[in-house]
Ligand binder design. Sequence first.
Ligand code: HEM
Ligand SMILES: N/C(=N/c1cccc(CO[C@@H]2CCNC2)c1)c1cccs1
Length: 361
Amino acid sequence: MNNALHHAAEQFIQTCYQELGKPATETQARLKEVKRHIDRFGYYEHTDEELAHGAKVAWRNANRCIGRLFWNRLNVIDARHLQKEADVFQALLNHIEIGTNGGEIIPTITIFQPEINQVAPVRIWNHQLIRYAGYDTPSGIVGDPSSLTFTRACQSLGWRGAGTHFDPLPLVVQLNGQTPRWLQIPRELILEVPILHPLHDLFGELEVKWYAVPIIADMRLEIGGINYPAAPFNGWYMGTEIGARNLADEARYNLLPRIAANLGLDTRSHASLWKDRALVELNIAVLHSFKRHGVTIVDHHTAAQQFKAFEKNEEKAGRDLTGDWTWLIPPLSPATTHIFHRTYENAIVSPNFFYQQPPYL
Ligand code: HEM
Ligand SMILES: N/C(=N/c1cccc(CO[C@@H]2CCNC2)c1)c1cccs1
């Protein structure tokens, strides 16, 4: 165990200090200190600088992320010293406020204390800090079907939702494997965007909206062999995530048939491409609505161009680019982007973000 940690730590410190332009004497001194600490305690602590750079590099190494051009501008909040539930909740509310920034979204990560000897001191049960509940009712599913299991977990902890299609779920935090606690996010902290098409009525009497800021809360951040099981991070949305998946998938909000009907499309034959027409109009509505409400969003063409710039920067920096083509191509018109027409090596490089077992399953 310690040998693997020694090696991972050494790799990280070498790369980190070289990228930060530190003199070899400082790197050697730090390596010695880290080795000694691991030998004595079985782990080591990152400096503020190592933590911040490590988090940025984890983003840079996220193979499935099309938004990596801005990796070096990540806002890193160090919350490793927080021990009490109330402080952890406060830090999460603080993250929502800082990341939202009134709509001018600031990519931010809040890093809570690391796992020590396989014990996770802080676990966040949410997939995203802000997400809508899903309910199984006699007349079908209400809300987001993706949230069914987590919503049930929240209800078993005593939470009750209003029962609408768009009920923000509570924050659920678990300290040192104890009973998890939940907290409803104050409504004024949740920025939402009503989705409307600039020209057509797509939804009839159904009022459709989506939350402004995606904040992934259930991935593990690994830096130099140290694991951070609670490190929520946000960026801004790419429009297709909302328009081509969250509101479009049959297993999500499944709005394409309703849109096609409202547009008077012929849904009797696939060949009318009614699904494709409904999809394009829905994605136009998403981009238009976010822009109209001054909330940062990127269309998939611009995002692909930004990713191309990222590819060039990595080439210039002499780093091998890694990526997961299957996720990098957008779900709408993928072949209209350069990404579709080239390949990427899907090698896993550390620091990085990883899936972890949901604590409530
Ligand atoms: C700044 C704007 C950003 C945009 C537009 C963006 C866009 C995306 C998109 C579209 C995906 C695929 C998601 C899906 O298909 O469900 C993705 C994946 C991912 N992004 Fe980014 N991203 C951004 C910022 C960030 C930041 C700040 C981080 C972390 C610090 C990050 C880490 C990741 C990771 C780890 C994945 C893979 C998630 C998984 O495997 O489930 N991204 N990103
Ligand atoms: N735009 C984004 N999109 C995502 C980034 C990472 C993950 C996800 C959601 O992934 C889910 C799990 C598998 N597909 C949906 C969405 C960001 C979220 C946080 C920072 S940027």
